[in-house]
Design a binder for this molecule. Structure first.
Ligand SMILES: *Cc1c(COP(=O)(O)O)cnc(C)c1O
Length: 480
């Protein structure tokens, strides 16, 4: 072993190899040297006991070429962008792990201008004095929702934190036990409450909460009633929750504001598409809640943001809270949100046009016949690749809105189902995920499934390219 270790090449010897010399033309030296050091360290590790029994001792020349190849691989991996495009073939429209809503084209253009050009972000052009970045959204938000005032922060979790801290720090907030939800593993109502400095008062039981539960819990220290839309799950069966409007009324009687954390915050009524149970921002404001909070990148179909709507005095206090400075939006998000809201204003009377301009609305409202024909046409293109052992079919299935919206709702769709003899569906999913542009699908019943609902027009070629890479004949042979 000592003999082998002595044969390990020095960094300087590797640096003079031709592949490394050409790598140095496009990558910084420090990065290449670090990759070489790591490649050598890996070889050394592999030679140490307990080395794999079958570890073949490479001869001097092989060793160098192996280290060069590995160093090139490490250097390219490390210099490639970490955040990159993938194809969402999951059928989950608002996939939190895949970046939730895709922005409307108008919002993408607005982001580009805001990013590269100076703007009046915090400049009042009429008076030539400092302005507020919050003002760019207020008029649109109030007009669309019917609220007295509105602004936006970094995300809905930030909106909830800011409002709890502003309205209830050191005091009590009453919330139903059935609404102490966790969203996406990191947003937990009790934890946000603690961080805000507010004290949680739980009422009712997991499945049933009555108006009297809230009434009895109200005391001199009560600052706020909180209603949380349980967006990512449903309790079915013997359940009662107190409607927001009743809570708002109770709060008004006792002089305590109601805050309604809506989560999804649509401005499009999806009831026409057969989806119910997700109040729109306008409906939430109409309940009489003093504050409504929602995400910008869920059903609204805009950028990541936390929208705050409600009573002017409460929102003015929130704007003055130092936390608002810490949680504020950047100019690109303001531009994207403004452009998205403008589409809702412009096409308020034309739901069909709204769908063509807002990708989230479009994906959710796509018609089954359209999805079937797209699945059939994608399946035909895949068959035309004539990949040996690959069977393609179109199956009936379901998509989801995702993003914790419309829990339990199923959207009928048509799925392209792939089966490859000799390769398990799970293995095919791994290969598709490792393609140059990764394709993320679903695996069920040993089938690799792709849902056209979440495929953008340009994705077709990427799916075909990924399949060619995943099932190129050598890849199949390796597995056999
Ligand atoms: C999604 C959601 C949140 C968190 O929103 P983010 O924008 O992801 O921070 C909070 N509350 C509810 C009810 C939600 O559905």
């Amino acid at each position: 072993m000592a003999e082998q270790l002595r044969r390990l090449p020095a960094v300087s010897a590797i640096l003079s190899q031709q592949e490394i010399v050409s790598l140095l033309e496009r990558l910084p030296r420090a990065l290449v040297v670090a990759a070489i050091q790591d490649a050598i360290a890996e070889r050394r590790q592999a030679m140490m006991p307990p080395a794999a029994a079958g570890e073949v001792c490479a001869s001097g020349g092989d060793l160098i070429s192996q280290v060069v190849a590995r160093a090139c691989q490490l250097a390219s991996e490390r210099s490639a962008p970490s955040l990159r495009q993938v194809v969402n073939a999951t059928g989950i429209v608002l996939h939190t792990n895949l970046g939730r809503a895709l922005l409307p084209q108008a919002a993408i253009s607005a982001v580009a201008s805001a990013a590269g050009l100076p703007s009046n972000l915090e400049y009042n052009l009429t008076q030539g004095v400092r302005g507020s970045r919050h003002d760019h959204l207020t008029e649109r938000l109030t007009f669309l929702s019917g609220a007295q005032d509105g602004f936006a922060v970094n995300n809905n979790a930030a909106a909830v934190l800011l409002m709890l801290n502003t309205l209830a720090e050191g005091r009590e907030v009453i919330v139903s036990r059935g609404e102490l939800v966790e969203i996406g593993g990191s947003f937990r109502v009790p934890e946000i409450m603690r961080k805000s400095g507010a004290r949680l008062v739980e009422v009712g039981t997991t499945n049933r909460t009555h108006p009297d539960d809230y009434r009895r819990a109200i005391g001199p220290d009560t600052a706020l009633l909180l209603k949380v839309h349980t967006s990512n799950y449903r309790i079915v069966g013997f359940t009662t929750e107190v409607p927001a409007a009743d809570l708002a009324k109770l709060g008004a009687e006792r002089g305590i504001p109601l805050m309604y954390d809506l989560g999804s915050g649509a401005l499009f009524d999806f009831a026409g598409a057969g989806l119910t149970g997700e109040p729109t921002l306008t409906q939430a404001v109409a309940t009489g809640a003093a504050v409504v909070t929602a995400s910008g990148d869920k059903l609204l179909g805009g950028p990541q943001a936390g929208i705050v709507l409600g009573r002017r005095d409460l929102l003015l206090a929130a704007r003055k809270n130092p936390l608002a400075r810490a949680l504020r939006l950047d100019k690109m998000t303001i531009a994207a949100l403004q452009a998205t809201l403008d589409l809702y204003l412009r096409y308020a009377d034309q739901p069909a046009s709204l769908a063509t301009h807002i990708p989230t609305v479009q994906a959710i409202t796509r018609l089954p016949a359209d999805l079937l024909s797209e699945a059939q046409s994608l399946a035909a293109d895949i068959s035309a690749l004539a990949i040996p052992d690959l069977t393609v079919s179109v199956e009936a299935g379901h998509s989801e809105t995702g993003g914790g919206s419309f829990p339990g709702a199923v959207l009928p769709t048509s799925l392209v189902a792939l089966r490859c003899s000799g390769i398990a569906a799970g293995e095919l999913a791994v290969r598709m995920r490792n393609a140059s542009v990764p394709v993320i699908g679903r695996v069920e019943n040993n089938l690799f499934l792709m849902d056209p609902r979440t495929l953008a027009p340009g994705d077709r070629q990427l799916v075909l390219a990924a399949l060619r890479e995943a099932l190129a004949s050598d890849a199949v042979a390796q597995n056999d």
